[in-house]
Design a binder for this molecule. Sequence first.
Ligand SMILES: Nc1ncnc2c1ncn2[C@@H]1O[C@H](COP(=O)(O)OP(=O)(O)O)[C@@H](O)[C@H]1O
Ligand SMILES: [Mg+2]
Length: 1279
Amino acid sequence: MLRTLNKKHQITENSEPPKPPPEILKTSAQSSSQKSRGIGTFEPKTIPRDIVDPKKTERRAEKVGINVSQPPPDYGRTVWITDATDGFRAARIIDLSATGFTLRLLDNTGDTVTRVFEDVLACEDDSRRHVEDNCQLMHLNEATLLNNIRLRYQNGKIYSYVANILISINPYQTIDGFYSLQKIKEYRGKSLGQKEPHIFAIADKSYREMIRHRKSQSIIVSGESGAGKTESQKAVLRYLCENWGSGAGEIQKRLLETNPILEAFGNAKTLRNNNSSRFGKFVQIHFADTGNVAGGYVSHYLLETSRICRQAAGERNYHIFYQLIAGSSPELFKFLALGQPNQFNYLKRGFIGFFTHPSSGTTSKIPKNRLSDPKFTQDSMVDDFSDFQRLEYALKLTGLSEQEIHFIWTTIAAILHLGNVEFEESLDDSRGGCKVFNGSEQDLIQAARLLGLETMELKMGLCARIMQTTKGGARGTLIRVPLKPHEACSGRDALSKAIYSKLFDWLVSRINDSIPFEKSTNFVGVLDVAGFEFYAKNSFEQFCINFCNEKLQNFFNQRILREEQELYEKEGLNVRKIEFIDNQDCIELFELKGNGLFDLLDEEAKFPTSNYKSFTKRAHEENRKHFRLDTPRKSKVKSHRELRDDEGLLIRHYAGSVCYETKHFVEKNDDLLHNSLQILIEQSTIRLLVSLFGSTAYPTKSKLKALSVGAKFKNQLSTLLIKLESTGTHFVRCIKPNNQMIPFEFDGSAILSQLQCAGMTSVLKLMQDGFPSRTGFGDLYACYQKKLPPKLSKLDPRMFCKCLFRALGLDQHDFQFGLTKVFFRAGKFAEFDQMMKQDPETMTSLIQKVNEWLVGARWKQSQYAVWSVIKLKNKIAWRSAQVTRLQSIARGYLTRQRFSRQIALYRKSVALLKNSKEIEKILFRLNEHSRAKYTSSAHSTIRDLEKLVSHIKLTTSANDHFEKAENAYEHYVKRVDSMIADLKKQQKSDELAEIERKRRESEEKERLEIEAKKEAERQREIKRKLEEQQQNAQKEHENYLISEIHKAAEETEKKRQNEEKEKLDKMVSNRLAEADGVALISSKMEIEPSSGSATFRDGKYDVGGCSFAYLRDTINTSMDINLLKACEEEFRRRLRIYNEWKSRNAPVQDRPPARAALSTVCEELSIMRSIATPSAPQIQRYFKCEFKENNQKGTCSWGSSIKCEDLDQVSMWFVHFSGQQIQRQLTFTSSRPPQTLIAGRDDAQMCTLALQETLLVGKRGAEISEDEFESHWKLGCLN
Ligand SMILES: Nc1ncnc2c1ncn2[C@@H]1O[C@H](COP(=O)(O)OP(=O)(O)O)[C@@H](O)[C@H]1O
Ligand SMILES: [Mg+2]
């Protein structure tokens, strides 16, 4: 019933389709005819009812505003479209279909493709121009960012900025002179932006900020494995040491030589990088208060120990193993009983080749008998032979003695031999124990020798385990339990891993001892941790690394996006809000107390029968429906789908979904050696080896109390983040251009995915609107304070800053004053830095400028003083005039005092005369008869009294005259009183008679009124009932609409979540397919290209598949009214969606200024708007517009000059814009009921103009408040 009511309502509305105000249409039509590609050209204004008349077709086309020969909107515009291989490709728009664009590729193929609107992005006017800072781009989107980076990279420029963040793309090739001493000199003291983007500029900035703010700084280098993090870190270290470390002598050299040591023991070849760091590090360079290097400190995190025993195919163990084989002297080689890599179990399962620098000639230096594979692999960074020589030098420089270095070689060789020890079942042992395999006895002997152990001791330690009795016998008795072959293998591997990682820890501590920093005031730290990792098979190592990356991404979001925006808000800067995807929920999934994955893993280890399946099961159960966690079945990679639910975790990281195989999680999380191996090491004759393990022969910490690997890592990370939070931060985002490590090869889609992961587009948007450089007024002032002449030193800091800025003539747009700080726009760092620079020359010149400006300002002040004096003079003149007036008033008063008696009598008599006028009034109220009786005596009394008054007025001051007058006055008082009394008496009797008459009359009237009231009551009741019925119907209709809106909102949210999931799942899997060739589950969704003509089904036309040109032509030429209507609806719908796309892709300059926009943004977005703008909040604006309707012609005219006779024709148009698009429109016309239209529901009937095309923004009084709009909207809805 309601629906029919509503329909009826619509039908009446449809009889006169709503039009946007003609004034708007006129301007849009004009402007569109001026512009060749304007959407307004296609605005269908009105559909004439006489459409079927063929003679009128031409006129119709004209009216509808469609020219048969006109192409679709923005025909020929170049745009970027998504592409699976290049990330984005350039194409030209050729058609507007139901769901997106049809485009022609701008390549040799010239193929035609289709894309949904979201996959088409605006392009820079000159797509071949590149900029140093991406914030200078006009159109800010992923495509323009990618294109800018691509253009630069193709021109050999690997660096660019996003404000203060450096983007670096690995060139995979040494660029001549790019990191030379000459370059270092060039960048020293230069502000960011003064020279080409470079890692040295970031290093210089961090150093100068440390000095300026007296605060430690961190440079966070992030990126995938092989993206160039470690190289960047090395460049920073070199820059700082070369510039400010020369005074530190040995320490500077040692700092620089830490890298060969750390790389030899912590780096390895992986599939993605020949020199991949398999540990995280935070290298701090400490500076003394002189600004010179004082020392350093290296913290390291999570060395990947599983690599020591096993490597994936194509990967290598740590470089040191190969370096030792390749570079050791023949004597050492013999002493260590080394051999070819393929003779060692710990090496032979991976890649067994050696590396050499191109044309270094080291290939001939390695004896042939040490090579498993005669072919060498060339790499610009890794050379096993010469790296060993460099390592030896570095170790000596670090202060290690010959014995200590020898200890390192023997330990490394011992690990290799230990790995060759194999086990077999011991048939003599009834308890199922094992013994060392005969073939590996020699390796056992060598391992024992090199570890300083007795061979038997080592054998026993490996084949059996010592346990402490808990029941029976004496409590605490140690018993030896034989191990099965696989248990002995695990023990052996655990021992090798423990020895290696302890050796690594010891090396780092020795490095730290060699670079002490007692006099440090602050440091610059460089963080280089393994980047986000994903392989076809991912295990606990990737789990930890990716957790670490989540934390760092969160820190980045916090620093760059959240804190930055909060600061703008706090300082009142009104910068447009930028949305970003928060990954806090993912971090919580890992580290939440109780049901976080790390805690569940630790808990699992406590069970005697702990196993990975129950851990995985619990992980899924405890985090059911968590957005970030799913079962492997949901992966896009085919092989992951084969895992069972209790064998894997699919985690949706900020950078994409990774599927982890949980098989070894529990044991990898527990790195404690079993007792017998601990005791075994204690027996070594090598004191250094024993000291590495500390005194743990009988460990007091039980397994339950000892920290797991995950827990230790979590704690280390928390400490690191606390440290980072207390420092100033600088970010370097490294990008890996291709998986094949080919120099200057740009793999667009992989790079795009890395840019997306790093959240660079959100940052780009924020930085373009925001103010990345800032300083407190106090700090800026403090820089200059010492140099200021006395007359300037009295200025307060804020005032001083204002003077400085005015004096420098800075553009108002480039900076803003907050409450406590002054902020600079991106790209204005050089100006900012010039001010902050403390070199005396700049400072003196700036102070001189301030001085000059102040002189000018003071001259203006003195002019103001003169003006003030003139103003004062005028004020004095005005006051003297007022005094004269006061005097005249006083004189008048005195005169009145002198004649007071006469005046009093005069006043009394005048009052009496006035009183006597009452006589006349009473006379007037009497009936005719009584009036005739009293008239003559009354008039004579008044006449006499008038004579008396004129007499008193003329009387002089003689006393007797005066008394007479007084007596006369008394007489007249009595006479008037008695007359009034008589008259009143008469009046009363007259009135009584009148009342009686009226009473009778009113009785009659009352009777008639009661009858009328009864009738009205009856009518009211009928009306109330009718209204109640109407209201109920209206309410039901509203409830229905609200429920529809809620439903739509829920669906949108669900859709958004699913899209987000789909996006994350696709991100990693697509790159895996590309890099490692894994098979994917196909889920391709293509949009339908526009087909031919309309189809007729179930009495309706389906025009969804028609091209835009077809729709346009049909509207112009068809005789079929139903087809015409269908085409028109579809035409309008497409234009609306297209306009939305266009406003989303508007260049930066076209957007409203931040302040104006924010003043119109309301805090809570209504449901309607949240549906319309699920991701980026649009600016909501409201307008009204009057128009005059001329029914005969069916056209309207607008304006304020509406005459009275036109009043019945006046109409009002209210409109709500979200961004550039109309969300709601309301029309009040005198002839029809109000009409409300909502976007998404009534698209076909709505105005399709974008806000800027309506010209409403510039129209005076057109913009109204939200409240005003809502009140009219409610009114419109009620009707
Ligand atoms: N700036 C650079 N110039 C030349 N080659 C580089 C540069 N950055 C990285 N590379 C090359 O890329 C390889 C991997 O870089 P690396 O810094 O080890 O990556 P990550 O630490 O991110 O895993 C290096 O071994 C080197 O060959
Ligand atoms: Mg690295």
